[in-house]
Ligand binder design. Structure first.
Ligand code: VGL
Ligand code: ZN
Length: 206
Protein backbone atom coordinates (compact mmCIF):
# COMPACT_ATOMS: atom_id res chain seq x y z
CA UNK A 1 0.00 0.00 0.00
CA UNK A 2 1.78 3.08 -1.34
CA UNK A 3 0.99 6.52 0.10
CA UNK A 4 2.05 9.86 -1.36
CA UNK A 5 2.79 12.76 1.00
CA UNK A 6 2.64 16.16 -0.72
CA UNK A 7 4.73 18.44 1.49
CA UNK A 8 3.95 22.17 1.68
CA UNK A 9 3.13 22.80 -1.99
CA UNK A 10 1.84 26.26 -1.08
CA UNK A 11 1.84 29.64 -2.83
CA UNK A 12 4.36 31.24 -0.48
CA UNK A 13 6.97 28.62 -1.46
CA UNK A 14 6.45 29.16 -5.20
CA UNK A 15 8.17 31.83 -7.34
CA UNK A 16 6.76 35.22 -6.28
CA UNK A 17 5.82 33.91 -2.83
CA UNK A 18 6.99 35.21 0.54
CA UNK A 19 9.53 32.42 1.00
CA UNK A 20 10.01 31.50 -2.64
CA UNK A 21 11.90 28.28 -3.25
CA UNK A 22 13.94 28.62 -6.46
CA UNK A 23 12.07 26.71 -9.19
CA UNK A 24 9.56 25.58 -6.59
CA UNK A 25 6.88 25.36 -9.25
CA UNK A 26 8.73 22.53 -10.99
CA UNK A 27 7.36 20.06 -8.42
CA UNK A 28 3.72 20.43 -9.39
CA UNK A 29 3.59 18.42 -12.62
CA UNK A 30 5.49 15.39 -11.25
CA UNK A 31 3.54 15.60 -7.98
CA UNK A 32 0.27 15.48 -9.91
CA UNK A 33 1.48 12.55 -12.03
CA UNK A 34 2.60 10.55 -9.03
CA UNK A 35 -0.85 10.74 -7.47
CA UNK A 36 -2.25 8.39 -10.11
CA UNK A 37 0.38 5.80 -9.16
CA UNK A 38 -0.22 5.84 -5.40
CA UNK A 39 -3.00 4.17 -3.44
CA UNK A 40 -3.48 7.02 -1.00
CA UNK A 41 -2.65 10.74 -1.19
CA UNK A 42 -2.34 13.28 1.60
CA UNK A 43 -0.75 16.68 2.04
CA UNK A 44 0.88 18.88 4.64
CA UNK A 45 0.43 22.61 4.95
CA UNK A 46 2.71 25.04 6.77
CA UNK A 47 0.15 26.99 8.81
CA UNK A 48 1.59 29.68 11.04
CA UNK A 49 -0.27 32.16 13.24
CA UNK A 50 0.67 35.80 12.76
CA UNK A 51 3.74 36.65 14.82
CA UNK A 52 5.09 33.09 14.69
CA UNK A 53 8.42 32.61 16.45
CA UNK A 54 10.13 31.50 13.21
CA UNK A 55 9.43 34.88 11.60
CA UNK A 56 12.31 37.38 11.72
CA UNK A 57 9.66 40.10 12.12
CA UNK A 58 8.75 38.63 15.53
CA UNK A 59 12.25 39.42 16.86
CA UNK A 60 13.07 43.14 16.81
CA UNK A 61 16.34 43.88 15.02
CA UNK A 62 16.66 40.37 13.54
CA UNK A 63 16.63 39.61 9.82
CA UNK A 64 15.65 36.58 7.72
CA UNK A 65 18.50 34.10 7.42
CA UNK A 66 19.82 34.84 10.91
CA UNK A 67 19.51 32.22 13.66
CA UNK A 68 18.43 32.22 17.27
CA UNK A 69 17.10 29.74 19.80
CA UNK A 70 13.43 28.78 19.80
CA UNK A 71 11.94 26.13 22.11
CA UNK A 72 15.53 25.35 23.11
CA UNK A 73 16.45 24.55 19.50
CA UNK A 74 18.52 26.40 16.90
CA UNK A 75 16.09 28.21 14.62
CA UNK A 76 16.63 29.91 11.27
CA UNK A 77 14.57 33.08 10.97
CA UNK A 78 12.34 33.30 7.91
CA UNK A 79 10.32 36.02 6.26
CA UNK A 80 6.66 35.97 7.31
CA UNK A 81 5.11 33.10 5.33
CA UNK A 82 2.15 30.72 5.25
CA UNK A 83 0.09 32.79 7.65
CA UNK A 84 -3.10 30.92 8.51
CA UNK A 85 -5.89 31.69 6.05
CA UNK A 86 -3.74 33.86 3.76
CA UNK A 87 -3.44 33.36 0.00
CA UNK A 88 0.22 32.50 0.52
CA UNK A 89 -0.74 29.61 2.80
CA UNK A 90 -3.15 28.09 0.26
CA UNK A 91 -2.11 25.02 -1.68
CA UNK A 92 -0.84 25.80 -5.19
CA UNK A 93 -3.75 26.33 -7.56
CA UNK A 94 -2.27 23.92 -10.11
CA UNK A 95 -1.80 21.14 -7.57
CA UNK A 96 -4.41 18.46 -8.19
CA UNK A 97 -6.17 17.87 -4.86
CA UNK A 98 -9.00 15.62 -6.03
CA UNK A 99 -7.32 12.56 -4.56
CA UNK A 100 -5.98 14.27 -1.42
CA UNK A 101 -7.84 12.61 1.44
CA UNK A 102 -6.38 14.54 4.36
CA UNK A 103 -4.33 17.66 4.98
CA UNK A 104 -2.09 17.92 8.04
CA UNK A 105 -1.34 21.42 9.25
CA UNK A 106 1.87 22.19 11.10
CA UNK A 107 3.66 25.16 12.61
CA UNK A 108 0.56 26.32 14.44
CA UNK A 109 2.26 26.68 17.84
CA UNK A 110 3.79 30.19 17.89
CA UNK A 111 6.67 29.05 20.13
CA UNK A 112 8.08 26.21 18.05
CA UNK A 113 8.67 25.58 14.34
CA UNK A 114 7.61 22.43 12.57
CA UNK A 115 9.50 21.20 9.54
CA UNK A 116 8.37 17.57 9.66
CA UNK A 117 4.84 16.69 8.67
CA UNK A 118 4.74 14.30 11.63
CA UNK A 119 5.86 16.37 14.66
CA UNK A 120 6.91 19.87 15.62
CA UNK A 121 10.68 20.35 15.86
CA UNK A 122 10.64 19.86 19.65
CA UNK A 123 8.49 16.72 19.21
CA UNK A 124 5.93 17.95 21.70
CA UNK A 125 2.96 17.34 19.45
CA UNK A 126 2.11 14.92 16.65
CA UNK A 127 0.06 16.14 13.69
CA UNK A 128 -1.85 12.87 13.27
CA UNK A 129 -0.12 11.99 10.00
CA UNK A 130 1.51 8.82 11.38
CA UNK A 131 -1.78 7.51 12.80
CA UNK A 132 -3.55 8.32 9.54
CA UNK A 133 -0.99 6.41 7.45
CA UNK A 134 -0.84 3.44 9.82
CA UNK A 135 -4.62 3.29 10.08
CA UNK A 136 -4.83 3.03 6.31
CA UNK A 137 -2.18 0.33 6.14
CA UNK A 138 0.42 2.40 4.30
CA UNK A 139 3.81 0.70 4.32
CA UNK A 140 5.45 2.38 1.34
CA UNK A 141 5.70 6.17 1.60
CA UNK A 142 6.62 8.55 -1.20
CA UNK A 143 7.54 12.06 -0.06
CA UNK A 144 7.61 15.02 -2.49
CA UNK A 145 7.23 18.80 -2.35
CA UNK A 146 8.91 21.77 -0.70
CA UNK A 147 11.50 22.21 0.46
CA UNK A 148 14.06 19.44 -0.05
CA UNK A 149 16.44 20.84 2.59
CA UNK A 150 13.80 21.54 5.27
CA UNK A 151 10.32 20.06 5.35
CA UNK A 152 10.77 17.25 2.80
CA UNK A 153 13.95 16.13 4.57
CA UNK A 154 12.45 16.31 8.05
CA UNK A 155 9.30 14.45 6.96
CA UNK A 156 11.21 11.63 5.24
CA UNK A 157 13.64 11.24 8.17
CA UNK A 158 10.77 11.02 10.65
CA UNK A 159 9.01 8.48 8.42
CA UNK A 160 12.10 6.26 8.61
CA UNK A 161 12.39 6.74 12.38
CA UNK A 162 8.72 5.84 12.75
CA UNK A 163 9.46 2.51 11.09
CA UNK A 164 7.61 2.71 7.77
CA UNK A 165 8.97 -0.18 5.71
CA UNK A 166 9.90 1.85 2.65
CA UNK A 167 10.39 5.61 2.37
CA UNK A 168 11.28 7.26 -0.94
CA UNK A 169 11.85 10.86 -1.99
CA UNK A 170 11.32 11.62 -5.68
CA UNK A 171 14.02 14.08 -6.57
CA UNK A 172 12.43 15.96 -9.48
CA UNK A 173 9.22 16.39 -7.49
CA UNK A 174 11.12 18.40 -4.85
CA UNK A 175 12.97 21.75 -4.84
CA UNK A 176 15.35 23.25 -2.28
CA UNK A 177 15.70 26.62 -0.55
CA UNK A 178 19.53 26.40 -0.62
CA UNK A 179 20.31 29.21 1.81
CA UNK A 180 23.84 27.91 1.22
CA UNK A 181 24.82 26.30 -2.09
CA UNK A 182 25.06 22.55 -1.55
CA UNK A 183 22.25 22.32 1.00
CA UNK A 184 20.10 20.27 -1.37
CA UNK A 185 22.86 17.75 -2.09
CA UNK A 186 23.66 17.53 1.62
CA UNK A 187 20.00 16.90 2.42
CA UNK A 188 19.76 14.10 -0.16
CA UNK A 189 22.97 12.55 1.19
CA UNK A 190 21.59 12.65 4.74
CA UNK A 191 18.40 11.00 3.54
CA UNK A 192 20.31 8.19 1.82
CA UNK A 193 22.39 7.53 4.95
CA UNK A 194 19.14 7.24 6.92
CA UNK A 195 17.84 4.61 4.48
CA UNK A 196 15.52 6.83 2.47
CA UNK A 197 15.49 5.92 -1.23
CA UNK A 198 16.22 8.99 -3.38
CA UNK A 199 14.76 8.23 -6.80
CA UNK A 200 13.46 9.67 -10.03
CA UNK A 201 9.79 9.11 -10.90
CA UNK A 202 10.80 6.53 -13.53
CA UNK A 203 12.97 4.62 -11.04
CA UNK A 204 10.09 4.56 -8.58
CA UNK A 205 7.42 3.58 -11.06
CA UNK A 206 9.52 1.36 -13.32
C1 VGL B 1 9.61 25.36 5.24
C2 VGL B 1 11.04 26.95 6.06
C3 VGL B 1 10.05 27.44 6.88
C4 VGL B 1 9.40 24.20 4.31
C5 VGL B 1 8.62 25.82 6.08
O1 VGL B 1 8.23 23.92 3.96
O2 VGL B 1 10.39 23.57 3.90
N1 VGL B 1 10.83 25.92 5.24
N2 VGL B 1 8.85 26.86 6.89
ZN1 ZN C 1 7.25 27.72 8.03
Amino acid sequence: MRALILVDIQNDFLPGGALAVPRGDRVIVPANRLQARCDLCCATQDWHPEGHGSFASSHPGRRPGESLELAGLPQILWPDHCVQGSRGAALAALLDTRRVEAIFRKGTDPRVDSYSGFFDNAERKATGLADFLRGRGADELVVVGLATDYCVKATALDARRLGFASVAVVEEACAAVELRPGDAAAALAELRVAGVRVLSSSELLG
